[in-house]
Ligand binder design. Structure first.
Ligand SMILES: C[S@@+](CC[C@H](N)C(=O)[O-])C[C@H]1O[C@@H](n2cnc3c(N)ncnc32)[C@H](O)[C@@H]1O
Length: 250
């Protein structure tokens, strides 16, 4: 729990907790061909402090359930939604993504940016399928190799962090095998990682360490983040987040 406290402290003041961007969220809305006027019921799973939730609420005529297992993130999301007058469109739910209380075919859209890896892409795709209406849309970003081979230093790092990392064709195959028809895919550009996520986090490291008395736990987190950033800067031509858009088949 101590680790979670530190991670919450590091991330909760940030606009987002993973790579992404408003323009890219809107691009996914467009690729999904979502009707901006139709009333939609959306679950945003692993919403964090709500970067995507807020944009979905702004752009769509939707009721959105923002799910995260960290209440502190959802409290920030609620504050943000209130400040811009979007509270009525957003409900928060503190819950683990592998134990969702949703009914079968309850949602028009399941959205999840930078979060499905917590239970694994294949498990998430299989489990979440039943919450979607037939014809409903799954929009999910997932760490993805964007080259066919890569240096062993990078391969070994991600084998430890997330062994399910793979090329887009494999991810698309998983969608096809689990009742979805893929209708779109794109790769998050570099600014989604550096400008929108890593740089703001790095700018916060000094204050984070001071706030936490330069504790060993805090230093370990900063070291791990710096290692991840260093690898991204060195090998960014080999991986990114892929954004996958798929329609549930009947
Ligand atoms: C990398 S962050 C992405 C957050 C947000 N979607 C964004 O793009 O800014 C992953 C999020 O998933 C949440 N999370 C991790 N494991 C979870 C679980 N088992 N159930 C629900 N949420 C979880 C974390 O608290 C965090 O907010």
């Amino acid at each position: 729990m101590e680790d979670y406290k530190l991670l919450i402290d590091l991330h909760k003041g940030a606009n987002r907790q993973g790579p992404g961007g408003d323009a890219e969220t809107e691009k996914a809305i467009n690729l999904a061909m979502l009707d901006r006027t139709a009333p939609l019921k959306i679950a945003d799973i692993g919403s964090g402090t709500g970067a995507s939730t807020i944009l979905l609420a702004r752009l769509l005529n939707a009721r959105i359930t923002a799910v995260d297992f960290l209440q502190e993130f959802l409290e920030v999301l609620e504050g943000r939604a209130k400040n811009i007058g979007l509270s009525e469109k957003i409900t928060t739910l503190v819950c683990s993504m592998d134990n969702l209380p949703f009914g079968d075919e309850e949602y028009d859209v399941i959205w999840s940016e930078g979060a499905i890896y917590n239970i694994g892409f294949e498990k998430g795709v299989m489990d979440w399928n039943r919450y979607l209406k037939i014809g409903g849309l799954l929009v999910v970003s997932e760490i993805t190799w964007i080259t066919a081979s890569r240096p062993s230093e990078l391969q070994n790092y991600w084998a430890g962090e997330y062994p399910e990392i793979d090329v887009a064709s494999s991810k698309i195959n998983i969608l096809e095998k689990n009742g979805f028809s893929p209708i779109g895919y794109f790769v998050l550009p570099e600014h989604c990682w550096l400008d929108n996520y890593y740089r703001p986090m790095q700018n916060n490291f000094k204050n984070f360490l001071n706030r936490n008395g330069n504790s060993e736990g805090a230093r370990t987190i900063v070291e791990a983040e710096n290692r991840e950033i260093e690898l991204y800067e060195k090998y960014k031509n080999h991986y990114s987040y892929g954004v996958y858009i798929a329609r549930k088949l009947g």
